[in-house]
Design a protein around this ligand. Structure first.
Ligand code: C5P
Length: 405
């Protein structure tokens, strides 16, 4: 319940994803926020003012030139009485209007008149999203300070595959919370560093060695830390999920690049090493593509990568007060975690069983054990978002306890 007392003006554009706007209204309400909606003419082709009004519990605004509406609440006041303005789904047309400052209906007029932060969650056909005009408009909106959430990759209602699906309502609600800085802020004023995703170690210009990692858990921790008020730097290997809102994301490819980015991001109060870093890289990366030959496959000489977690945990200057590692194991999970705690020199290991049918790799659920010098705390199976939320709350307590010593 961290949107208590907050007012959201939600502009629902015309697209198949408009039905998800209904879920977003419920999500905001569930978190204690109030939602007032503007439904565009096209939006009303997909969801009715009645369903929007029933869920939001407020009058739904649809027409700029309604005298009663203007008498009750002018569009200027409508756009300013909210704490934040959210456009979901943001169609290509709405984005174009915003980028060019057009104001010919209630939605676009309110967007031009507002003095509040604007969040947009685009949703459209892949080609419309990738069109140079939309990408230009996107860049303009970002330059103007608009926060863009998504879109996600996936199968579209039109049958095509690619970016264009609207971000999930819970993710948009998280972004609203982060932007408004609402909820409890136990990490306010702290800098949190998180690594996430795999690393790619090139063999030649087209091939690489990698680990399986979706980046979902690491990214969720970055989001949760930002919501807890922290300034967050996320150092991410190549992943297929979008950069979180309200977080500084640094993109890297190799372990060496990840270490350099982490070192550049210090000092930090907490460093969470969630990335699945490749243990080895190819000693001599080939400049040209290796060819198949009759003498069989090439022998690849491997050399160890730097251990980023251990390097940072053993620093004598600028060591974060709390250094946290992950241990993904398929057997003897707790034993390996305990020995890793020692060998890596970190303060806490989050151990998880990724064996066989656990479904943790790439999935949305996780079962973790917090292993520290003082013992083990095992949690039930939870969503990765919930694990992140609880971990961040736990880190804040440990950080406070440490600074009181
Ligand atoms: O040794 P292992 O890879 O099992 O340790 C896992 C932990 O160490 C994770 O927190 C991972 O992010 C971190 N790690 C690292 N650099 C490496 C290897 C692992 O930071 N080269």
């Amino acid at each position: 319940m961290s949107l208590i007392g907050k007012r959201v003006l939600l502009i629902i554009g015309g697209g198949i994803a408009a039905y998800k706007a209904l879920e977003l209204i419920r999500e905001i309400a569930k978190r204690g926020g109030a939602v007032r909606c503007i439904l565009t003419r096209a939006g009303a082709e997909f969801v009715t003012p009645l369903s929007v009004g029933s869920l939001s519990g407020e009058k739904v605004f649809t027409d700029l030139f309604s005298l009663t509406d203007e008498a009750e609440m002018g569009h200027i006041e409508l756009s300013r009485s909210a704490d934040i303005v959210v456009v979901a789904p943001a169609t290509a047309d709405l984005m174009a209007k915003m980028a060019h400052g057009l104001a010919n209906d209630l939605a676009s007029t309110s967007l031009l008149a507002t003095d509040k932060q604007v969040l947009v969650a685009p949703a459209m056909n892949v080609r419309m999203w990738q069109h140079a005009a939309t990408q230009r408009n996107l860049a303009t909106l970002q330059q103007d300070g608009v926060t863009v959430i998504g879109p996600n990759d996936g199968v579209m209602a039109c049958g095509e595959y690619g970016p264009g699906r609207m971000a999930e309502p819970s993710v948009i609600a998280d972004a609203i919370e982060t932007t408004l800085g609402s909820g409890s802020q136990p990490l306010h004023g702290r800098h949190i560093l998180v690594t996430s995703g795999p690393t790619h170690e090139p063999i030649d210009p087209v091939r690489y060695i990698a680990n399986r990692s979706s980046g979902k858990q690491g990214h969720a921790i970055a989001v949760a830390a930002a919501r807890a008020g922290a300034q967050v730097t996320l150092v991410s290997g190549p992943v297929a999920i979008p950069d979180p809102v309200g977080v500084t994301t640094v993109h890297v490819e190799t372990a060496a690049e990840m270490l350099a980015a982490v070192e550049r991001s210090l000092p930090a109060d907490i460093a969470v090493f969630c990335a699945a870093v490749a243990d080895w890289r190819v000693e001599a990366q080939s400049v040209d593509k290796l060819k198949k030959t009759e003498t069989g496959p090439p022998a690849l000489a491997l050399t160890p990568n730097p251990d980023i977690l251990s390097t940072i945990a053993h620093r004598t200057t600028d060591r974060p007060a709390l250094v946290i590692g992950f241990a993904a194991e398929t057997t003897h999970v707790l034993d390996y975690a305990r020995s890793k705690l020692d060998s890596k020199g970190c303060d806490l290991i989050i151990a998880n069983d990724v064996g066989g049918d656990s479904g943790v790799m790439g999935g949305d659920l996780n079962t973790v054990h917090l292993v520290s010098k003082t013992g083990v705390d095992s949690w039930p199976r939870l969503s990765k978002a919930e694990v992140a939320e609880r971990l961040v709350a736990d880190f804040a307590v440990r950080l406070d306890a440490g600074s009181r010593k």
